[in-house]
Design a protein around this ligand. Structure first.
Ligand code: AKB
Length: 317
């Protein structure tokens, strides 16, 4: 049962919107937002906000005990491009941070949500209809940390009965909070550039096909999984979920249906392109459909039209 929730990484792209959705559902005071920054945005500051470094195991345990938390959405992590620049820090935050949360969850018997990623696969994985259970040999620090996280969650679930559940998210597209250094960030930047300059210089190749998802679907997916009947779950953790599978060229073409003068150019960043080239192009998410009823609401055209409307309002404010 989800009554008192802690969201780590609450100032991030997913965390900021997930915190708001959980507060609407459970009541503002029942969702504790934790971020590494000292101060919170106006929205986050409407409820409890604490500064927390997930690498500090004592602080993690104290917060979970003091607030009598029963469910942790553990989102604090470095994204793929930043993790390639800061591998040691990424290991510390992404793996030791998760271990601290799982240990505290074991002591208090709380549930844990862990976001894995399309980055947890790697070369050798089938790139089309990537199965739920398949070969995973990631060769980026981010991918290694996400795969290790999946395995740690399975281990704590099987060995200590911690109710650890999770999703393999694709690139997330949103207008409220910017992503912080991922390989799929182009799919957010392109909207700002389309509205502000009517042109975008893309750091991935035109044909780099990757799974993507609009933020409302990502938020719903995380909450729906944590509310799912455990008796229906075979996998618990690391569910493939996707909403669309697109290239930069296809996204640009869809934006052009709304902004006819929009132009896209390509200045490929070899580091992020190399990361994208090891990721699947389209995951099979049928296990998520079958086990807990996952269904995306936003496809490419619905997402683009909503993003342009909402971002235009935000940028004019
Ligand atoms: C990233 O690009 O690093 C993330 C992800 C797909 O996990 N958005």
């Amino acid at each position: 049962m989800m009554d008192k929730v802690l969201v780590t990484g609450a100032t991030g792209q997913l965390g900021s919107e997930l915190t708001q959705a959980l507060r609407q559902k459970l009541g503002v005071d029942n969702v504790i937002a934790a971020g590494h920054q000292r101060s919170a945005s106006l929205e986050l500051a409407q409820g409890p906000f604490i500064q927390m470094d997930v690498r500090d195991s004592q602080v993690v345990t104290d917060v979970i005990n003091d607030y009598q938390v029963d469910t942790v959405f553990h989102l604090a992590a470095l994204l793929s491009a930043v993790a390639e620049r800061l591998p040691k820090q990424a290991w510390d935050i992404n793996i030791n941070g998760l271990l601290n949360v799982l240990e505290a969850a074991r002591e208090r018997q709380c549930a844990v949500f862990f976001p894995s990623s399309i980055g947890a696969f790697g070369t050798g994985t089938p790139v089309f209809n990537t199965p739920q259970d398949t070969i995973q040999r990631p060769n980026t620090l981010y991918g290694i940390s996400k795969l290790s996280g999946e395995l740690l969650c399975d281990y704590y679930q099987q060995r200590f009965s911690v109710d650890a559940r999770g999703l393999r998210f694709p690139g997330l597209i949103s207008y409220q909070t910017l992503p912080g250094g991922g390989t799929t960030d182009y799919a957010v930047e392109i909207f700002y550039a389309a509205l502000q300059q009517q042109s975008y210089d893309c750091f991935l190749r035109a044909d780099s096909q990757l799974d993507m998802m609009y933020m409302p679907d990502a938020v719903n997916a995380a909450i729906a999984l944590m509310e799912a009947d455990p008796a229906q779950l075979t996998h618990h953790n690391a569910f493939n979920v996707t909403a669309m599978s697109i290239t930069p060229a296809q996204l640009a073409a869809e934006i052009r249906r709304h902004i006819s003068e929009f132009e896209i150019r390509y200045s490929v960043d070899p580091i992020r392109q190399a990361i994208a080239d090891t990721w699947p192009k389209h995951m099979d998410d049928s296990c998520a459909h079958a086990e807990w009823g996952w269904q995306a609401e936003f496809g490419l055209s619905e997402m683009v039209s909503d993003m342009l409307d909402k971002l235009a309002i935000k940028l004019s404010g």
